[in-house]
Design a protein around this ligand. Structure first.
Ligand code: KIV
Length: 275
């Protein structure tokens, strides 16, 4: 495992060497500190924050204030992984100037090393401008959660040949605009494989099959720490929701039965007092 902090160019180098990239999401300092010890390459402060931490049904309600607050926490907990912050809905779509200001805030106030934003060719001017001013950009194609209402739900994308061609053209365009990596979400494996072969920047899949250059999961999903809908492609490596409920039930039972706190133990006499 690379010991020094992971930097933006390292991810492209991983693709060149054929080494898979592992990413997870994080939203708070403690979880970031634990996940940073796992050897994960990058932590995304995803706007999935809205759904798995803040209790919204979609990511649309997440604000810049939310993202800065949680990005700062993750950065405080991270020593090695690259921290990427999601640009929330409407923070980059209104104008390029606003996008620069908001992406800059995620680096300057949040402490992230890079930002991620959703969309392909319609976002090119924004991506180019951010890259021109020195802000590394990760793209995001396929299922775009911020467009959930337009897509009619969290629906698999690029399922027709025309949509697949459009996605590959978007991936090319993002690479040309200077993006350093692209998340591919909920698309058929063949489309992800083709997109991955067409670009020299790494693709990071989520529900996009095994042929991407890396994978990302929402950490709450893979830790079993979410009781809402979990997509079928998620592998759960722990069941923290059950662990928390069981621990909570035991605590409640102990308090009600007077087992917690334990009755004070009589103080032991010091040896000198016994003599
Ligand atoms: O917000 C998020 O967690 C994401 C991942 C699903 C890639 O964008």
């Amino acid at each position: 495992m690379q010991q020094r902090p992971v930097r933006v160019p390292d991810l492209k180098e991983r693709k060149r060497r054929g080494e898979k990239i592992a990413m997870l999401t994080a939203y708070d300092a403690m979880t970031a500190r634990l996940l940073d010890r796992t050897g994960v390459d990058a932590l995304l402060v995803g706007d999935s924050l809205g759904m798995v931490v803040l209790g919204y049904d979609t990511t649309v309600s997440v604000t810049m204030a939310d993202m800065i607050h949680h990005t700062r926490a993750v950065v405080r907990g991270t020593k090695r992984a690259l921290v990427v912050a999601d640009m929330p809905f409407l923070s980059y779509q209104v104008s390029t100037a606003e996008a620069v200001r908001n992406a800059g805030r995620l680096l300057q106030e949040g402490g992230a090393a890079a930002v991620k934003l959703e969309g392909g060719r319609p976002m090119l001017d924004v991506v180019k401008r951010l890259v021109d001013v020195g802000i590394p950009v990760m793209g995001h194609l396929g299922l775009l959660p911020q467009s959930v209402h337009q897509m009619g739900g969290f629906v698999r994308q690029a399922t027709t040949p025309e949509q697949a061609d459009a996605l590959i053209a978007d991936a090319h365009a993002l690479e040309d605009a200077g993006a350093f990596a692209i998340v591919l979400e909920s698309i058929p494996s063949e489309v992800a494989r083709a997109a991955t072969a067409h670009v020299t920047i790494p693709t990071i899949g989520i529900g996009a099959g095994p042929d991407c250059d890396g994978q990302i999961l929402v950490s709450h999903d893979m830790l079993g720490l979410f009781d809402g809908f979990v997509p079928p492609f998620v592998r759960t490596y722990a069941n923290l929701a059950d662990t928390i409920v069981t621990a909570g039930q035991e605590y409640v039972a102990d308090v009600r039965a007077g087992r917690y706190p334990a009755p004070p133990q009589p103080a032991r006499q010091a040896t000198s007092d016994v003599r």
